[in-house]
Every structure is written in structure tokens, then in C-alpha cells.
Design a protein around this ligand. Structure first.
Ligand SMILES: [Fe+2]
Length: 311
């Protein structure tokens, strides 16, 4: 983590608006701790902005991002970008530190942060640039996304859309009567069988991906399971939406998924309400542990996905 370590050193002990810490639950992740005064300044200076305005007026999202950068300093944006591009890390958590419980504040902070990286993808499921979704005791949907009591297998996002999905942000809005349900994460370089599957003859075979109707995406796209970036293997995979055309392809994908699920490096990440996790979607896989049965289970997450600015 050479690039980021330098940043860590230059901040520790200084009077800065934020601090970069090693994450207590994952050796590859960082936790960014923002000075509470700076967080308060950001929220109060943007009190007049509301979530609807951000949906309707795209430039307001960038204005918010500019405000966050002004308050936390350019070094904050540089650090966030450096972490997400760093192959050895590629992820961090950051949060509201119990300074607010207002959902509009959560949306504003996540939006400002996301736009420091580049652009955000349109989320067809919600019809805007982010999605909020609830997991509860009962579910009648057509994918694993809202099914509380089964494990949501490891995958990357953006498999069925024809646009780059370089990063992913997930923020916890609410959690009540919830035991389990942690985000499960696996960094590709920690996976014991990476070499076997990434150099397999079917690794670069184009597989058909189609979304179920709730995603509101009609198109069919074809993805290689593995592709290369900066000389390293990256992955594009989700079990639910892949439509292999031969038995060999099906076996390859099934075995790959099982191998990742069984990796001893797949970890459950606790995430407090008001915190978010942001990861590079090309070399991190994510999923969700099953919740324990509870009739009053309620958990709400926000997700944003996007691409890195080309500079
Ligand atoms: Fe996902």
C-alpha cells in the first residue's frame, strides 16, 4: 500500500480535517475519520440542498462535491482517489460519526464523496443516480438483493449494463432487529484460486448477461469473466444474471463461485448506521451474509456506482 502509506504518514499527528486509519476488520481496507467540526460545517453549509434537488439538477451534485473538497481540503480527494486506485487496497469506510441521523444528510454526504471520483451511473432500478433498498422479513422480488435469509453470493456490480462500473459505494441508512446480514467482501488477490480461474481457457470467453425485470434493463450484454488492467486480472461476475451457453461454461462459473464462497479470506464487515464502504468494483467482490430470522427485521442501504474520471 505504498502510495497510501505516504499519505497516512503525512497526516498522522498533523492538524488535519481527516485522518486515515487502518481498518480494524480488514487488512486491505482503510477507515477515514473526519474531524467532527468539518463534518458539521459541510452539513450546515449545505442545509439548503435537498435530495430531490440532487436528483433533478445534476450540477448540484458536483457543487456538493466541491463544497466537501473545499472543507476537507484537496488532500482528502487525492487520498480517496489514491486508495480506490491502489491495487493493494482499493477500499475504505467512512461515516457520519453519529453527527446526524437525517437521511437527506446521508444522501448529500454519499453524493459529494462519489462525485470526487468521477461520474455516477444511472441506476435503472430506482430511476435516478442512486438506489435505496430495504431488506425485511418478507420479500417477493426477483433477485437475491432483498432476500434476507439467504446468503447473497459474492459478485461484482454492473454486469448487465453496457457502461463501466469502476467503483461501488454502499451506505447503511437504518438497521433494526438485525442479526447477521454483514457485507461480505473478498479482494481478488486474497483468493486462493485466482490464478487457476483467471488463466483458465474460459476466463476470457464472453458470457451473456441479462437482468431480471425489477432492474428495468432490457439489453443483453456479453462480458469476459476476467480482463486485465494495469497488468493485473480484474473480474466481472454475478451468478444470478450470467447465462452460459455451454455446459463447460456453466461448470466453470459454478466452480468459480463456490471457490470464492469457500475462500477463507472472504470476510464479514460490520458497518454502523451512517457509515459507508466504498470499493474498487474491478478487483473486490461483495455479497451479504444471511440475516437471522426476525419478523421485525428492517435494514436499508443506499448504493451508488460509477466510473473513474479520465484525467
Ligand atoms: Fe451488488
Amino acid at each position: 500500500m505504498s502510495v497510501v502509506k505516504e499519505v497516512v504518514k503525512s497526516l498522522v499527528g498533523g492538524k488535519e480535517t481527516f485522518e486515515v486509519k487502518n481498518h480494524p476488520h480488514h487488512h486491505r481496507l482503510y477507515h477515514l475519520e473526519i474531524n467532527n467540526d468539518s463534518l458539521y460545517t459541510f452539513l450546515s453549509e449545505n442545509r439548503h440542498v435537498n435530495a430531490q434537488q440532487l436528483e433533478y439538477v445534476p450540477y448540484m451534485r458536483l457543487a456538493l462535491s466541491q463544497s466537501l473538497e473545499k472543507i476537507l481540503g484537496k488532500r482528502f480527494s487525492e487520498t480517496v482517489r489514491a486508495i480506490l486506485h491502489d491495487r493493494d487496497s482499493g477500499g475504505f469506510t467512512v461515516g457520519m460519526q453519529y453527527q446526524t441521523e437525517d437521511y437527506d444528510d446521508y444522501i448529500k454526504f454519499a453524493t459529494a464523496l462519489a462525485h470526487l471520483l468521477g461520474g455516477v451511473n444511472f441506476d435503472a432500478m430506482s430511476g435516478t443516480y442512486y438506489a435505496r433498498f430495504t431488506v425485511k422479513d418478507t420479500d417477493e422480488s426477483d433477485s437475491y438483493l432483498r432476500q434476507a435469509y439467504r446468503r447473497f453470493t459474492l459478485h461484482t456490480d454492473g454486469t448487465f449494463v453496457n457502461e463501466p462500473t469502476d467503483w461501488l459505494l454502499m451506505m447503511k441508512f437504518a438497521e433494526e432487529n438485525a442479526i447477521g446480514g454483514e457485507s461480505r467482501l473478498l479482494h481478488l488477490d486474497d483468493w486462493e484460486d485466482l490464478e487457476h480461474y483467471s488463466t483458465h481457457p474460459l476466463a476470457t470467453c464472453r458470457i451473456e448477461y441479462k437482468a431480471p425485470s425489477s432492474k428495468n434493463v432490457e439489453q443483453t450484454v456479453y462480458n469476459q469473466t476476467f480482463f486485465e488492467q494495469n497488468g493485473k486480472p480484474c473480474i466481472c461476475f454475478i451468478d444470478q444474471f450470467a447465462n452460459p451457453s455451454t455446459m463447460e461454461q456453466a461448470t466453470y462459473l459454478k466452480d468459480l463461485s463456490e471457490s470464492m464462497e469457500n475462500s477463507k479470506h472472504t470476510i464479514d464487515l460490520p458497518l454502523p448506521v451512517g457509515d459507508l464502504v466504498m470499493v474498487n468494483n474491478m478487483f473486490w467482490l461483495h455479497g451479504r451474509a444471511a440475516f437471522e430470522k426476525s419478523p421485525d427485521l428492517h435494514r436499508e442501504l443506499l448504493r451508488q456506482r460509477g466510473y473513474f474520471a479520465k484525467v
